[in-house]
Design a binder for this molecule. Structure first.
Ligand code: URP
Ligand code: ZN
Ligand code: ZN
Ligand code: ZN
Length: 483
């Protein structure tokens, strides 16, 4: 046969076009894209189906060490299965440096764990202790080895860095050609609120949202944009939760800054009210930033339509809800400060976005492809190999039934966790087959892809994150030169 695989009669969608074509796959890549292709060793009939680029989820916490007693609930084997269950074929996850662990060791450990991945992967390096040794000696070698993005936290005890440190990380990102991603919330305001709430006996899951209202995020997003402007360094703002932060980002972009931002399904479909479910049930919705209001959800959709927010990630961060003896894993009387932050979301990301976005008419199909695959691939230097369906690109494909109605259940997520925050939600549209480099990983809801099929994706220098060369004065403080 002419091809290893032919996907026939599908409706192919990219970030710019929707058209009828067969896809011929050879050696794991798209070799031909036309009607009436010759035979394949394997053929998939896709009449009436959408043929979409496999999703690229650029914010996922997989097998990341967490502070006891909380453990991350997934392995690379299960998380990559979960990703594929929802049509995602590439993840970028995190390797976390700390005072106790060098960036070099953190990356080596995560690279070893990721050997079990069923889908392709890359890493952002989290810096919690950005010493000169890390920034000047370890990072240049790691960036050269293809780890071309960094993450910093401006809140969370034990992970956060100061603004002084953040400026040094931004400068290092600019010098090395690595994109700096930021968790932007005002730490001291959260700490003040938290102390006051606990003293007042307001300790329920819903009070987590009271401890970090929108102002905490909006101020910090503004501050990060200002730091990025001062050092002429591109940044990506993680998990934008509502209208006010989106407005800050839009203002920065209007000033010409290279500021990009993502949101996540939890901010598009959940609200702070979900944290107020009976008992400790609200713990299943506890994440940072906190889910906001219906008006914020609509503002985020509008920001996605207008390109202010350019990608949607899961921020997959699974922990178990149930513990021994029928209690929760974090105890019965746990104040919100002892409930682990983060939601599982790898599998639900694309079905929720498709259903709430495309099926309900909030976004068109091309925008769906752009925000789930094409834009994140470009932003993180994974294109042209990832993020689109084109001759020469990897054959990472989700064959999607746009009309199938599915009720989300934990079992459908194929992750190694005991709950999904989206249990019982109805979606319209579902991925039937997910292929990574032409090889099925999930087919008809069943896991068929092998552990270890995933490949590491080294990233070279790329133009999208080149600095603008514009500083507030004639002095470049990063390279210490006159312009
Ligand atoms: O609540 C969240 N988002 N947990 C995961 C870690 C992070 O902040 O991204
Ligand atoms: Zn974060
Ligand atoms: Zn995260
Ligand atoms: Zn393989």
């Amino acid at each position: 046969p002419e091809f290893d695989l032919v996907i026939r009669n599908g409706t192919v969608a990219t970030a710019s076009d929707v058209f009828q074509a067969d896809i011929g796959v050879r050696g794991g890549q798209v070799a031909a894209l036309a009607r009436g292709l010759g035979p394949g060793a394997r053929e998939i009939e896709a009449g009436g189906r959408l043929v979409l680029p496999g999703g690229v989820d650029t914010h996922t916490h997989i097998e990341e060490p967490r502070s006891p007693p909380t453990a991350s609930a997934d392995s690379f084997a299960s998380a990559s299965a979960s990703a594929a269950a929802g049509g995602t074929t590439t993840v970028i996850c995190f390797a976390r440096q700390s005072a106790a662990k060098s960036a070099t060791d953190a990356v080596a450990e995560h690279m070893a764990r990721a050997q079990r991945s069923r889908i392709d992967y890359a890493f952002h390096i989290i810096l919690t202790d950005p010493t000169p040794e890390v920034l000047e000696r370890q990072l240049p070698a790691l960036v050269e080895a293809g780890h071309r993005s960094l993450k910093i936290f401006l809140t969370y005890e034990g992970a956060r860095i100061t603004d002084a440190q953040a400026l040094r990380v931004l400068a290092a990102g600019r010098r090395l050609g690595a994109l700096v991603c930021v968790h932007a919330e005002h730490h001291e305001m959260i700490a003040f609120y938290t102390e006051a709430l606990l003293a007042a006996g307001l300790t329920l899951p819903k009070h987590h949202a009271w401890a970090k209202p929108m102002v905490v995020e909006r101020e910090c997003v503004h501050r990060v944009c200002a730091m990025a402007e001062a050092l002429d360094t591109p940044v990506q703002i993680f998990h934008v939760s509502g209208a006010e932060s989106a407005a800050e980002i839009e203002r920065a972009q209007a000033r010409g800054l290279k500021v990009w931002a993502e949101t996540c399904p939890q901010y598009l479909v959940l609200t702070a009210d979900d944290l107020d479910r009976p008992g400790l049930e609200g713990a299943k919705f506890l994440c940072s930033p906190a889910p906001r209001t219906v008006a914020d959800q609509e503002a985020l959709w509008e920001a996605l339509r207008r390109g202010v927010l350019s990608n949607v990630t899961s921020d997959h961060a699974p922990t178990r809800y149930a513990g021994p003896d029928g209690k929760t894993a974090f105890g019965e009387d746990a104040p919100f400060t002892r409930i682990p932050n983060g939601l599982p979301g790898l599998a639900a990301r694309m079905p929720l976005l498709f259903s709430e976005g495309v099926s309900k008419g909030r976004i068109d199909l091309q925008t769906f492809v752009a925000i789930t695959a094409t834009n994140p691939a470009r932003l993180f230097g994974l294109d042209p190999r990832k993020g689109s369906i084109a001759v020469g690109a990897d054959a990472d494909i989700a064959i999607w039934d746009p009309t199938r109605k599915v009720t989300l259940t934990n079992a459908l997520m194929l992750h190694d966790n005991d709950h999904t925050p989206y249990e019982g939600m109805e979606v319209t549209g579902w991925p039937e087959v997910t292929l990574v480099r032409g090889v099925p990983v999930v087919e008809g809801g069943a896991l068929v892809g092998a552990e270890g099929h995933g490949q590491f994706l080294p990233r070279g220098p790329y133009a999208m994150i080149a600095p603008r060369g514009v500083f507030p004065t004639p002095f470049n403080p990063v390279d210490r030169t006159l312009l």
